[in-house]
Write a protein that binds this ligand. Structure first.
Ligand SMILES: [Zn+2]
Length: 367
């Protein structure tokens, strides 16, 4: 281990004592055994411990509290060489499958002996939502995990999951990626949220990650939060702690089709290359559409939605996005675009409750 080798000062080299001799032996050992010199400490998350150059998988337990408990499947891949700690979190919303499947593929292909640094994979952050096949909300407490951060140890199950991920994973990472897709009801054109904090160094790191992921639509997210105790979102939990983070969106409508899985997987490999954790260069889109001022359009009433646009469509200001109808099919209201821009996603299945999203629209940034 490099850190254990006593420092050799010029004074000690001039006047050899037993420490200097020990240091010299350590130095020669280092030169003769480069792999040994790079031996790193084990990395432990909960009870999951991976020695350097190895992988370990297991569960973080969320014990029962005010409601029932659950567990979070996690893999720790600890590289043989030094490097950053990258947290990849899938399944925050349990109906968003492509990133979950992509992480399983990367786990099979990534060789820890060839990895620089440590990858923490959260395979399914929200197991109750995944097994319960629910969109947005946990079937246990009715909460949205991506609004529950940083969580609390004595809260409901979503809050306890958030607390565990915050303290055991996010706060130990150098980079965080929250991997989403269109939820089971969302027809979504793939994009990455690139948060902006106003801190130059942090923003440069976030921008590097957003571009490296390799999806050609990037939504600039200026909804900055500053209080780490009220971080609400996964990415803001990292950012309010000074850790670069992005949220990615690949997939839609509950599909686990290879097309979407490939896209999520390519993004993960791109990030590993960008952060120099594996060899190679990321495949970066040359023509990125930069988007801003994103607006989520809430439903004015409960009923059924009939979209007249598709994900990725360009819309004019006041252009028709769709029609909200009641249970008999009679129109309640037209839903129109607040400004001209791109449809990031639109509701792709009929049911909607008052206040739930019908669509998200962003302005194109002219550059
Ligand atoms: Zn999501």
């Amino acid at each position: 281990m490099v850190g254990a080798i006593p420092e050799v000062t010029s004074h000690e080299m001039m006047c050899p004592n037993r420490y200097a001799v020990a240091a010299l032996i350590a130095l020669l050992w280092t030169i003769a055994n480069p792999m040994q010199a790079q031996q790193r400490d084990a990395f432990r998350v909960g009870s999951i411990e991976a020695p350097a150059g190895q992988m370990a998988s297991g569960f973080l337990e969320i014990p029962a509290g005010v409601d029932e408990g659950t567990e979070i499947p996690v893999t720790v891949m600890n590289g043989a060489r030094p490097g950053p700690v990258l947290a990849l979190i899938a399944g925050t919303h349990g109906y968003e499958y492509p990133p979950i499947t992509a992480l399983q593929r990367v786990r099979r292909q990534l060789e820890p002996v060839e990895l620089a640094g440590t990858v923490i994979m959260v395979h399914v952050a929200n197991v109750p939502s995944f097994l319960g096949r629910t969109i947005y909300y946990s079937p246990i407490d009715g909460k949205n995990l991506n609004r529950a951060y940083p969580g609390r140890p004595d809260g409901t199950v979503s809050e306890r999951i958030a607390h565990t991920i915050t303290t055991q994973i996010i706060e130990r990472a150098d980079y965080v990626v929250d991997l989403h897709g269109g939820d089971g009801n969302e027809a979504l054109r793939p994009y990455v949220y690139m948060p902006v904090t106003g801190e130059a160094e942090l923003d440069a790191a976030v921008r590097g990650m957003a571009v490296a992921f390799g999806v050609d639509h990037i939504v600039i997210d200026e909804g900055r939060l500053v209080d780490p105790t009220r971080s609400v979102y996964t990415d803001q939990t990292a950012l309010t702690r000074g850790i670069p983070a992005i949220t990615t969106e690949t997939g839609q409508l509950g599909s686990n089709d290879d097309h979407w899985v490939d896209m999520a997987e390519r993004g993960i490999w791109n990030l590993l290359r960008h952060l120099e954790m594996v060899a190679g260069k990321p495949e970066i889109e040359t023509a990125i559409v930069w988007l801003t001022d994103y607006q989520v359009i809430p439903s004015p009433a409960t009923g059924m939605f009939q979209p007249s646009v598709r994900d990725g469509y360009a819309v004019a200001e006041d252009g028709l996005l769709g029609v909200l109808v009641d249970f008999f099919g009679d129109p309640i209201s037209d839903i129109r675009a607040p400004f001209s821009g791109i449809v990031n996603y639109v509701l792709g299945t009929p049911p909607v409750s008052e206040g739930e999203p019908l669509a998200m629209v962003s302005r194109i940034v002219e550059r």
